[in-house]
Ligand binder design. Structure first.
Ligand code: ADP
Length: 247
């Protein structure tokens, strides 16, 4: 579904910052793929490159075999629609109510008002917020705001959902319910999910595969069950909270 080859991203400034130093990643259709690392490791930059929000300095990102850097015009628009993104800060439109937020991408797509409202209500039902359609983001809890963001990200029937620290601002109970929702979306709608996080609990809760990122490179990647039981790198052991003596 997604193949990343030798992805490099250098931010140029007074001093250059190599945020990604040659990333290789293979995500299969139906995966929930976790990318975990400490703050500043390059997680957001990687996600932003896959989401076409950041241009790689070097390397290749293919989605279903197509190099996304070669796309233009309608093909690029189609690809953008096939990738939904959610963020830690929800990024909702505060002046629009919940229905208006979920309708927004459909409006941009030129869908008629009655059709987009019908579709938005279906999406709100999926995320369990049909009774909040008229509420404004300021009237919602963090978990509810993230549910609105998820409904909006699903509006165009994406094949891929990219999640940037989706539960970092939430308490543990709400985190569980949001992760369960993402798991349901993956299983029932067949959406491939990449989730970036600094919390090992998120990976253990819903991911099938995981990559551990440190200073812009993957130090380890594979099935969650294998990586968690037989971590090979010190960074993974630190994330797992293991001490040297427990090796
Ligand atoms: P993470 O999401 O793991 O916290 P980021 O991808 O945000 O890490 O950042 C990786 C590195 O790239 C950090 O050193 C950060 O300071 C740097 N960085 C990220 N975005 C920019 C930018 N727009 N300009 C310059 N440096 C950046």
């Amino acid at each position: 579904m997604i193949r990343v080859t030798n992805l490099t991203k250098v931010f140029h400034g007074e001093t250059d910052v190599t945020a990604l130093g040659g990333i290789d990643l293979d995500v299969s259709a139906g995966d929930i793929y976790g990318i975990i690392g400490m703050s500043g490791a390059g997680k957001s930059t990687l996600l932003r490159c896959i989401a076409l929000l950041e241009r790689p300095t070097e390397g290749r990102i293919e989605v279903e075999g197509i190099d996304i850097s070669t796309l233009q015009g309608k093909e690029l628009t189609r690809l953008r629609k096939s990738i939904g993104v959610i963020f830690q800060g929800y990024n909702l439109l505060m002046q629009r109510n919940v229905l208006g937020n979920v309708c927004f991408p459909l409006e941009l797509d030129g869908m008629k008002k009655a059709d987009r409202e019908k579709r938005a209500m279906e999406l709100l039902e999926i995320v369990g917020l049909q009774d909040k359609a008229k509420a404004y983001p300021s009237q919602l809890s963090g978990g509810q705001k993230q549910r609105v963001a998820i409904a909006r990200a699903l509006a165009n029937n994406p094949k891929i959902l990219l999640c940037d620290e989706p539960t970092s601002a939430l308490d543990s109970f709400t985190t569980k319910s949001i992760l369960k929702l993402l798991q349901d979306i993956n299983q029932k709608m067949g959406v491939t999910i990449i989730i970036i996080t600094h919390e090992i609990g998120v990976v253990n809760a819903i991911c099938d595969k995981v990559a551990i990122i440190n200073y812009g490179t993957f130090v380890e990647q594979g099935e969650v069950s294998t990586v968690m039981t037989h971590p090979v790198s010190q960074v993974t052991r630190t994330l797992l909270g293991m001490k040297e003596s427990e090796e």
